[in-house]
Design a protein around this ligand. Structure first.
Ligand code: TNX
Length: 543
């Protein structure tokens, strides 16, 4: 380590001399007032700051320098790999100003970043990354693995590489070898677009942000009491009327089917699978307001803009309810390439237990009939669902008998305990945004739990993965979303990806601190938690 530090000093000195020589030439010089690192010195690039922590990292004393001559070489005959190469090139062209041509079919050689579908026994999402003086080689079995390897490579570069405008460099990649693959197959984030509506551009930016941390599912909460957010053929009132408000009485909004498909495609290009949710039997006021026939008394309630829960219910004993849900589920199944449709099922406080079971007994088969796997909140476990159904645990206790019984029967569980994984809970009593019914959740609280031992009777083999839900009762802007998601989302991402044996709070603190300048370079509005030693150049945001 001492050797590496000494080497780092030499590199910095050489770099400083080069930078001084550059003053007066084109491009910004170091040490100007614009320079967030104050003294113009960049931190030594290191392989040790990756989030989520890889399975194995072996640093060497080599380094590779990306220059104007660097090329990106991609496997011939794979459009998906070519696209990943173009994504990497696009990100780095902006900040480096280099041409970084993406060349297909060539062998790895000097001065290349190669993306190869070969020679890596790391499963469908894993990768190997090797950095030598000659360049960078990322190998994977599948394009998803190459995409994940590229996210790691981006974190090896100086934070300025994530800037949208040209920066001075130099662009050193620390030498070494990474071998990596995920602990869990499901690593999710959830965005509530029902309580407040967020346009396509915001959802796409959120996808950009979650995919940096190898999150591979985005659950969209598309309906609730306050709004219906997706067009469904044959049911125009849902969008003409049911979408027209949100919490606080704003204008609301909805995605056309084309817009939803745009989100799905954007997610796919970032190796994120969309999980659409239509909630029921509760959280349904917007639908009930749109169609009187869905109500037992045939009377449509007014639209709702408050934040109470538990007051609405589909009429369980009417055929119209299932005609409606069959159409909705069928449309969503048609528009969604991913395997899961989420049917909600939470907080059905205005539905009797018997009606709840009747309802789920009719709705869950509809999902299967339309070729998808049903997901739902953990209350579903009480309705004795088929073992193919995935339940999502959002409780705050470490025991839940129905969920443990479901796990024993063979159901898979996604872990999203509200007092750990809920991104909408305040950090502390001073946080303006968010709610606090489950807990104040500081970074250490979000990080320090194990998805495979948290819930009694739900062990590693029953856990499909983790999810970090972001409910939007108090969120109006993208900056609001970012403030609650960062830095806790990367904590949950690490619980989903990294081996439990690598779980270490002080390592995480340091590695998370190194993300701060990247978020600043990307314009992400994050909470600069006092628990984290933020690296120079980190500028925290505000709520
Ligand atoms: C509970 S958690 C809910 C949501 C709220 C959230 C606020 C769950 C499945 N339901 O309806 O938005 O609390 O934190």
């Amino acid at each position: 380590m001492r050797l590496r530090r000494a080497r780092g000093r030499w590199i910095r000195l050489a770099v400083l001399i080069a930078a001084v020589a550059m003053v007066g030439n084109s491009g910004p010089a170091w040490g100007t007032a614009d320079d967030p690192t104050e003294n113009g010195e960049q931190p030594e690039p290191t392989m040790g700051n990756i989030v989520p922590e890889p399975v194995s990292v072996q640093p060497t004393s080599a380094h590779y320098r990306i220059t104007a001559d660097t090329t990106i070489r991609v496997q011939a005959a794979s459009a998906a790999v070519a696209r990943i190469g173009e994504q990497l090139a696009a990100a780095l062209r902006r900040s480096t100003g280099y041409p970084l041509p993406v060349i297909s079919g060539a062998e790895p050689g000097r001065d290349t970043i190669s993306l190869l579908l070969s020679g890596a026994e790391v499963g469908a999402e894993g990768y190997r990354l090797d950095v030598t003086g000659n360049g960078v080689v990322i190998r994977a079995n599948e394009p998803a693995g190459l995409f994940n390897g590229v996210q790691t490579l981006r974190q090896l570069l100086p934070a300025a590489a994530d800037s949208a405008s040209e920066q001075p460099g130099p662009w050193l990649v620390p030498g070494g070898h990474v071998m990596d693959h995920p602990r869990f197959g499901y690593r999710g984030a959830m965005l509530d677009v029902a309580r407040h509506f967020f346009p396509v551009a915001d959802v796409e930016r959120f996808i950009d942000e979650i995919s940096l941390y190898k999150i591979n599912y985005l659950h969209l909460h598309l309906s609730d009491d306050q709004g219906w957010r997706i067009a469904v053929a044959g049911w125009p009132n849902l969008t003409d009327y049911g979408s027209t408000t949100e919490v606080g009485g704003g204008a609301g909004g909805y995605y056309t089917q084309e817009q939803y498909q745009q989100i799905v495609a954007y997610a796919k290009a970032h190796y994120v699978t969309i999980v659409p949710e239509i909630d029921g039997p509760g959280h349904t006021n917007a639908a009930l307001a749109s169609y009187p026939d869905l109500n037992c008394d045939g009377v449509a309630p007014p639209l709702y803009t408050g934040i109470e829960v538990g007051f609405s219910s589909f009429c369980v004993n009417k055929d119209e309810t299932y005609t409606f849900l069959n159409d909705v589920i069928g449309e969503l199944a048609r528009l969604t390439p991913g395997p899961y449709l989420h049917v909600g099922g939470d907080e059905a406080e205005s539905t009797t237990a018997e009606d709840y079971s009747t309802f789920e007994g009719k709705v869950l088969p509809l999902v299967t009939e339309h070729g998808k796997t049903a997901m739902g909140w953990h209350e579903l476990a009480k309705a004795d669902p088929p073992t193919s159904v995935v339940t999502e645990y959002w409780g705050t206790t470490s025991t839940d008998a129905p969920t443990a019984a479901a796990a024993a029967r063979g159901n898979k569980i996604v872990m999203a305990p509200a007092n750990k994984a809920y991104l909408d809970q305040k950090y502390n009593e001073d946080t303006k945004l968010g709610l606090k019914w489950a807990a104040y959740i500081e970074v250490a609280d979000a990080y320090n739990w194990d998805p495979a031992t948290y819930l009694t009777g739900v062990g590693e083999s029953s856990v499909l993965g983790v999810e970090a839900p972001l409910w939007s009762e108090t969120l109006v802007t993208m900056a609001n979303i970012e403030y609650l998601a960062f830095p806790r989302l990367p904590a949950i991402a690490e619980l989903g990806w990294s081996p439990q044996s690598s779980h270490n709070w002080s390592s995480f603190q340091r590695r998370l601190g190194a993300q701060g300048p990247r978020w600043t370079a990307m314009g992400i509005n994050f909470y600069a938690s006092p628990q984290i030693p933020w690296a120079p150049g980190s500028i925290g945001g505000s709520d």
